[in-house]
Design a protein around this ligand. Structure first.
Ligand code: ADP
Ligand code: MG
Length: 677
C-alpha cells in the first residue's frame, strides 16, 4: 500500500522515520518516488594507469604495502586517524589515504585484491585517492558490478540506508501502471514496475536511461492531461452570453486612447463573452503595457450584464491600489465597487460579505482571501487574477469547482516563452499585449562596477534632491560572511548612517510579516521615504510613479527576467528613469548577459534568452512563481519528451477512450493538490 507509513519497513523506527520525514518521505509511495540524485557507475573497471583526476571511477587492485595507521591528536582528547597504503595492478600503483576509517580498513590485507571506487585527486606532488569505497572480490575472484544510486541526504542517513529502505519498499508496494499499454508501445516506454526498479537499482546505463525516460514522460503526461481535461470540461459548459455593447459607456469615459494591443485583447475577451462558453484567458503584457484597463473593460462589460466580478491581487497593497484606481472610474458608470482585504476589521469584512451575497456589490477587489469559504457570491460571473503567478492549475481547478462557471481572466507581466507557456497554461487562450502606451518611457539601463560607487552615490543624491525616489535592490537579507553580497539589512543601515544621513531610508525584505511589508511599501509609495532598500519583494506590480532610479546590487545574482521585472517598477511617471546594475563579476558570460538587458526592453526576448541560458528552474528567480516542479523532468533538457507527452495526452483524449483507473487518480490528484507536480 502506497499510503502505508515507512515505519512498516524493517530497520525503520521513529528516529529513522523522522530523518526520512525531513526529506519529505513519510509513506511507502513517497519513498519509491524519492529518486537518486546521481549514480556511481561501477560497471566499468579501469586500469589504474588510466584513472583520471577528479573523475570517479572503479578499478580492481591488490594491496601491496602493509596498511600503516597513525594518529594526529586533536583538542579534547580526540584524534584523527590516518591510514596509508598502496595498491597496484599490472598497469601502475596508487596511494590510498583513509581518514578515521580504521574499522573498515581492518578489512584490507596486504596481498589481497579488492574492487575500489573513488576519485583520484592530486597534482605534481603525486596522485592519491582519499576514502575510496571498496569491496573484497567474491569466491570466483569476480566483483558485483553495479550502478550505485546516490540519494539526496540528510544528516544521519546514508545513501546506502536510503537505498536499502527503497528496496524494501519496492517489495511491498504494487506500483500502479498509469500508462495505457498501447501508448507504452507507441512511445516505446517501459512498464511502471520496471521503471521504478531500474531508476533505483539500474542494471545498466541503458536501462537507467529507459527508466528515466518513462518516468519523465509519465510526469509530463499527467500534467498535460490535467490541463487538457480542464480545457475540455470548460468548453462543454454554458453561460449566458453577454451583450458586449453594454460596455460602450466605459470606452466613452476613458481618459486616453487605448493602444492597438489593448484594443485587440479587449476584442478577444468580448468575443469570448458573446459565445456563451466560460472564458479561460491569459493576458500577457510587459510591465506597464496597461493590463489594468483591459481588466477594467472586461469587468465593466460583465457588470453591465448583471454579473458580479472578483478582482484578485497578490498583495493587499496592490488590491488597494486597484481599488483606488477603479472604484471612481467604474463607480461613475453605475458599477458599485468594494474592497475585501485581511487588515479590515471583522465587522467591515462581514458587511462586505453580506453585500456580496445580497448582490449589491458588482466588483469586489481583494486578495485570494476573496475565495475563502466564507465568501458567497450572488451571481459571480467573472474572476480576474492579476499578477497571480501562483494561480496554478490546482487553483484554476478549484475555481471550476465553485460550480458557477465564471469567466476567468489571468493577467501576467511575466513574459513566458511560448514553449513554456503552452505547458503552464495549456488550458488557457492567450492574448498578448505587445505595445506600451504612448509616452511611457524607456528606462535607460547601465552596467557599472565598484569604481563607479562615488558617482552612483552622487546620482542617487541628485535624484532625491529633485524630489524623486530610488529603489535599491539587494540579493540577500543577512550578511553571511563567506561572500560580500550586499545584504539588504546591513546595506540599508550603512546607507542611512554613513552615506546619506540627510535622506530618509526604508527597508523591505522577505522575512518581514505581510502587514509590515505593506506598511513600508505604502509609506514609500506616499513619498515618506527617499530610498527603499529591499530584496526582490518589490517585484510585483506596485506603482510608484515618482521613483526614477533603481540600483541593483550584485546584479549577477539575478536572472534576466527577474531584473526586467524589477526594472518595470520604475519609469511609470513622466520623469526620465534609470536602472543601474552594479556588478563586480569577472565572467565575460555574465557581463554579456547583463549587457543584453541594457540593450533591450523587450520582455519576451529577454525571457527567451534567460530560458536558454539558465533553464526554467531559475527562470522565475525562485520556486514561488507557480512553475510546476517535476521530480525528474527538466523543461528544457527533456523538451522532446515533453512534446511526445503532450501529443500522447491529446491523442488519448481525442480517442474518447476511458482513462484507466490509476491514471484518473493521478490526474485528479494534480487538479486538487495545493501545489501540483
Ligand atoms: P500593467 O500592464 O503593468 O498592469 P498598468 O495597467 O498599471 O500596467 O498601466 C500602467 C500605466 O499606464 C498606468 O498609469 C495607466 O493609467 C497607463 N495607461 C494604460 N493604458 C494607457 C493608454 N492606452 N494610454 C496612456 N496611458 C495608459
Ligand atoms: Mg498591473
Amino acid at each position: 500500500m502506497e499510503q502505508e507509513s515507512i515505519r512498516v519497513l524493517p530497520g525503520i523506527g521513529p528516529k529513522k522515520a523522522e530523518l526520512f520525514a525531513r526529506l519529505g518521505v513519510r509513506t511507502l509511495g513517497e519513498l519509491v518516488r524519492f529518486f537518486p540524485r546521481d549514480y556511481e557507475d561501477r560497471t566499468r573497471l579501469l586500469p589504474v594507469a588510466s584513472l583520471e583526476v577528479d573523475t570517479p571511477a572503479c578499478f580492481l587492485a591488490t594491496v601491496v604495502t602493509e596498511p600503516h595507521t597513525h594518529r594526529i591528536p586533536k583538542g579534547g582528547g580526540r584524534a584523527t586517524e590516518i591510514t596509508k597504503l598502496t595498491v597496484a595492478d599490472h598497469t601502475g600503483r596508487l596511494n590510498l589515504t583513509f581518514f578515521n576509517a580504521s574499522f573498515s580498513v581492518q578489512r584490507l590485507h596486504r596481498g589481497e585484491s579488492y574492487c575500489f571506487y573513488g576519485t583520484v585527486t592530486g597534482d605534481y606532488l603525486g596522485y592519491a585517492m582519499v576514502n575510496p569505497q571498496f569491496e573484497p572480490l567474491d569466491a570466483t575472484g569476480g566483483v558485483t558490478r553495479s550502478i550505485v544510486p546516490i540519494y539526496p541526504l540528510t544528516a544521519g542517513l546514508s545513501s546506502r540506508q536510503v537505498a536499502q529502505a527503497v528496496q524494501h519498499a519496492l517489495e511491498r508496494v504494487a506500483l500502479p501502471e498509469t500508462l495505457p499499454e498501447r501508448l507504452r508501445r507507441d512511445y516505446d516506454l517501459c512498464g511502471a514496475e520496471e521503471a521504478y526498479r531500474q531508476i533505483h537499482e539500474p542494471r545498466s546505463m541503458e536501462a537507467l536511461e529507459a527508466a528515466r525516460r518513462r518516468l519523465v514522460f509519465e510526469e509530463f503526461f499527467h500534467f498535460s492531461l490535467a490541463l487538457a481535461l480542464m480545457r475540455t470540461r470548460r468548453t462543454v459548459q454554458h453561460t449566458a452570453p453577454y451583450d458586449t455593447r453594454r460596455a460602450a459607456p466605459f470606452f466613452a469615459a476613458l481618459p486616453f486612447r487605448l493602444t492597438g494591443a489593448q484594443q485587440r485583447a479587449i476584442d478577444e475577451i468580448f468575443e469570448d463573452f458573446r459565445r456563451g462558453v466560460p472564458m479561460s484567458r491569459l493576458v500577457q503584457g510587459d510591465v506597464g503595457s496597461g493590463k489594468t484597463m483591459v481588466a477594467a473593460a472586461a469587468a465593466c462589460c460583465a457588470a453591465k450584464n448583471g454579473a458580479q466580478v472578483a478582482l484578485m491581487a497578490p498583495t493587499e497593497l496592490l488590491a488597494r491600489q486597484h481599488y483606488e484606481r477603479l472604484a471612481p472610474m467604474l463607480g461613475a458608470l453605475g458599477i458599485s465597487c468594494g474592497l475585501l482585504v485581511g487588515s479590515m476589521t471583522p465587522k467591515q469584512k462581514a458587511q462586505c460579505r453580506e453585500a456580496l451575497q445580497a448582490g449589491t456589490i458588482d466588483l469586489i477587489v481583494g486578495t485570494h482571501a476573496l475565495f475563502s469559504e466564507a465568501t458567497v457570491f450572488k451571481r459571480l460571473g467573472l474572476v480576474i487574477a492579476d499578477e497571480q503567478h501562483r494561480f496554478g492549475v490546482a487553483q484554476r481547478a478549484a475555481l471550476l469547482r465553485k460550480g458557477e462557471q465564471p469567466h476567468l481572466l489571468i493577467m501576467s507581466a511575466t513574459p513566458i516563452p511560448r514553449t513554456l507557456a503552452l505547458f503552464l497554461y495549456g488550458d488557457l487562450d492567450v492574448s498578448v499585449i505587445d505595445e506600451l502606451p504612448p509616452g511611457r518611457q524607456q528606462v535607460d539601463t547601465f552596467l557599472v562596477d565598484e569604481r563607479y560607487r562615488r558617482r552612483l552615490n552622487a546620482f542617487i543624491r541628485k535624484q532625491a534632491d529633485e524630489g524623486h525616489q530610488v529603489f535599491i535592490v539587494c540579493p540577500a537579507i543577512e550578511e553571511n560572511g563567506t561572500d560580500d553580497l550586499k545584504a539588504a539589512e546591513q546595506w540599508a543601515q550603512t546607507l542611512q548612517e554613513q552615506v546619506f544621513p540627510q535622506l530618509r531610508v526604508a527597508l523591505l525584505h522577505g522575512k518581514m510579516r505581510g502587514a509590515e511589508k505593506e506598511a513600508v511599501m505604502q509609506a514609500f509609495a506616499e513619498g515618506e521615504f527617499d530610498l527603499l532598500v529591499s530584496t526582490t519583494v518589490i517585484e510585483v506590480g506596485v506603482d510608484v510613479p515618482n521613483a526614477t532610479l533603481m540600483v541593483v546590487e550584485n546584479a549577477e545574482r539575478f536572472g534576466l527576467s527577474q531584473l526586467h521585472q524589477l526594472r518595470g517598477r520604475i519609469g511609470r511617471g513622466s520623469a526620465k528613469s534609470y536602472c543601474v546594475l552594479v556588478s563586480e563579476t569577472r565572467s565575460d558570460e555574465t557581463r554579456k548577459r547583463l549587457k543584453a538587458l541594457c540593450a533591450t526592453s523587450d520582455g519576451f526576448r529577454i525571457a527567451e534568452e534567460d530560458l536558454q541560458q539558465r533553464g526554467p528552474g531559475d527562470f522565475f528567480g525562485s520556486r514561488q512563481h507557480g512553475l510546476p516542479l517535476f521530480r525528474l523532468g527538466g523543461l528544457v533538457r527533456d523538451m522532446s519528451i515533453l512534446r511526445d507527452a503532450q501529443n500522447a495526452a491529446a491523442e488519448l483524449l481525442a480517442s474518447g477512450e476511458t482513462l484507466p483507473e490509476a491514471l484518473r487518480t493521478q490526474v485528479d490528484a494534480l487538479l486538487t493538490e495545493e501545489n501540483p507536480a
